[in-house]
Write a protein that binds this ligand. Structure first.
Ligand code: HEC
Length: 121
């Protein structure tokens, strides 16, 4: 193999790797728009049926100025990948209280992709 070929292969591999992660992100965004976008935005301070999710990772639960928390009012924990995954798998079961957040994301892969998207913003 000559140097040009090796170089070309290297470039192709780099492109494959970077477009792979871009695709994963695009998927998370699509899932978010489909399953969460009716009630949430990723814009800071813009609440809908649910609170804005801008910067939600590492934020104290129920701590925005949303004003309509039910299950999360007075919650004393911080969101991370693990508990967000459990929350979106089954919000009522996770928190043990009724909540207006009724969505259930049963597929682990989809939860992972959505969480990647939440982290990336
Ligand atoms: C039917 C509307 C609705 C849908 C759909 C929905 N949510 Fe929610 N979400 C809410 C409501 C309402 C709350 C506030 C919960 C409470 O206190 O009872 C909430 C709270 C949250 C919180 C906690 C925010 C905070 O400030 O503590 C996260 C994280 C969250 N939702 C993620 C998601 C994700 C991810 C999806 C998509 C898989 C989703 N939600 C879909 C209504 C919704």
């Amino acid at each position: 193999m000559n140097t040009t070929k090796i170089l070309a292969l290297g470039v192709a591999a780099a492109i494959a790797v970077s477009s792979g992660s871009a695709m994963a992100k695009g998927k998370g965004e699509k899932l978010f728009n489909k399953k969460c976008g009716t009630c949430h935005t990723m814009e800071a301070g813009k609440h809908k049926v649910g609170p804005s999710l801008a910067g939600v990772m590492g934020r104290k639960a129920g701590s925005t100025d949303f004003g309509k928390y039910k299950a999360l009012a007075g919650a004393d924990f911080t969101w991370d990948e693990d508990n967000i995954s459990k929350w979106i798998e089954d919000p009522k079961k996770f928190i043990g209280k009724p909540t207006a957040m009724t969505v259930k994301v049963k597929k682990e892969k989809e939860r992972e992709e959505i969480i990647e998207y939440l982290k990336g913003e």
